[in-house]
Design a protein around this ligand. Structure first.
Ligand SMILES: NC(=O)c1ccc[n+]([C@@H]2O[C@H](COP(=O)([O-])OP(=O)(O)OC[C@H]3O[C@@H](n4cnc5c(N)ncnc54)[C@H](O)[C@@H]3O)[C@@H](O)[C@H]2O)c1
Length: 416
């Protein structure tokens, strides 16, 4: 087994964090018990690029329990928890990741996963799959993608006829989008904001850029904490939805003059640019919840600054010529995972997302050859199963349709 981690002596602390996560991921626990009986991944090599932290460790160990050999790299240079990486190595997972790895090491680590010749892959953001294709390595039967940005990239590869194997867009399943993107990112983004800055959300003028699944969750939870929330959107339907949800909807040009805290969640490029930064108030806080650190134009911010310094860990001050100060959190990387004190999604949320991953991967192990190269949906029965398992754990019972109702809903004869 090969690995590259910061320090193996951190393993005991990592193991405790993984056990705590495992306790709070009962759905995946049920799948793990099933996997240890049925071994759906027996003899398969799985390569993954995910945030290397405790919840991911529970997934990696579930896949191992299912019979897979697992290699794991990070999907962000700042989100690795070194103690968890060490604990995973001790459990027999090949981990290539450490917090603060530079860009070169980040890609080198992805290539180390590829060198382990995975047959199935799990990606978060598309870097592993795109690297696999540019290296021209064969042998991969299929994969799963965790996030919106990764699915965008896969669809672009598919449109150009470049995607060489089937990939299940775990991100696009209702269970993932509704709970992970919306509630998970909302809670963890606000947690990170509060613990990195120790500032209050209540009463603050918060600007959420993008009202998709992620933005919607952040806007509503920030409002719940008492923030005065403005939404910036480019899509007319989503802008209207935000307006009817009770938010102010403004352009970036309008919002930049009065916002006190900006959170980007678009998956797009430079949604906050120099022309906006120049107009911002003294003390404005900027952060990003989208997948890559491209949503805030960091080059423009650097150019505008006459001085920069770290005022606290993961809080960087940029002083402009006229003395105004702007604060950037976690280097503009996804704030809920990249800050040292960011905890990532709640464990209960990742229980659902990673249960979808485990079951989708096991589906691919059995059916990859029947699927064409391209982006595929999570099979509906997997989505329903994960939701049903979670409801059972929560002690919630479903209302059942009567036979009469079933017939009524299938018929067309009965009207008014
Ligand atoms: N931080 C996390 O843990 C986490 C979790 C899930 C998803 N993500 C990432 O968050 C990003 C958003 O994901 P999503 O599922 O909400 O996507 P989405 O496609 O549902 O929403 C994005 C929204 O941004 C809007 N938008 C695009 N360009 C804009 C601009 N210039 N100004 C204002 N609005 C603009 C779009 O119209 C859309 O409504 C992606 O990069 C995704 O990968 C992060």
């Amino acid at each position: 087994m090969r690995y590259r981690v910061k320090n193996l002596r951190l393993a005991p602390r990592g193991r405790a964090a993984v056990e705590w996560a495992r306790e709070h991921m009962p759905v995946l626990g049920e799948i793990r018990r099933e996997f240890s009986r049925t071994r759906p991944l027996r003899g398969l090599r799985v390569g993954a690029a995910l945030h290397v932290e405790a919840k991911t460790a529970v997934l990696a160990l579930t896949l191992k329990e299912g019979g897979a050999e697992v290699s794991l790299a990070g999907c962000n240079p700042l989100s690795t928890k070194d103690e968890v990486a060490a604990a995973l190595v001790k459990e027999g997972v090949s981990v290539y990741a450490w917090r603060g790895e530079g860009r070169r090491d980040y890609y080198q680590n992805l290539r180390r996963v590829i060198a382990d010749r995975p047959q199935l892959v799990i990606d978060d953001g598309g870097d592993l799959i795109s690297e696999l294709h540019s290296e021209g390595k064969g042998g991969v039967r299929g994969g799963c993608e965790e996030t919106t940005t990764g699915v965008h990239r896969l669809r672009a590869m598919e449109a150009e006829g470049r995607l060489k194997f089937p990939v299940i867009a775990v991100n696009d399943s209702p269970t993932k989008r509704l709970f992970d993107n919306r509630f998970g990112t909302a809670e963890s983004t606000l947690q990170a904001l509060m613990s990195l800055t120790n500032t209050q959300i209540g009463g603050k003028r918060v600007v959420v850029v993008g009202y998709g699944h992620v933005g919607r969750g952040i806007a509503s939870r920030a409002k719940g904490l008492g923030a005065v929330v403005t939404v910036v959107e480019t899509d007319p339907v989503r802008a209207l939805e935000a307006a009817m949800d009770g938010f102010l909807v403004r352009t970036m040009e309008e919002a930049c003059e009065y916002g006190e805290l900006f959170i980007t969640a678009t998956g797009s490029l430079h949604v906050i640019r120099g022309e906006h930064l120049r107009e911002m108030r003294d003390g404005t806080i900027l952060c990003n919840a989208g997948h890559f650190n491209v949503e805030i134009d960091l080059e423009a911010l650097e150019k505008l600054a006459v001085r920069r310094r770290e005022v606290m860990e993961d809080v960087e001050e940029f002083r402009l010529k006229d003395g105004r100060r702007l604060y950037l959190l976690a280097g503009g990387r996804l704030v809920n995972l990249a800050g040292r004190r960011s905890l990532g999604h709640p464990m209960e949320i990742m229980d659902l997302s990673f249960s979808l991953q485990a079951l989708s991967l096991s589906y691919l192990a059995a059916h990859a050859e029947e699927l064409k190269p391209g982006v595929h949906e999570v099979p509906e029965e997997i989505d329903r199963r994960v939701a049903e398992l979670k409801l059972k754990r929560m002690g919630i019972r479903l209302e059942r349709q009567t036979e009469e109702q079933r017939r009524y809903l299938r018929s067309w004869e009965v009207g008014t």
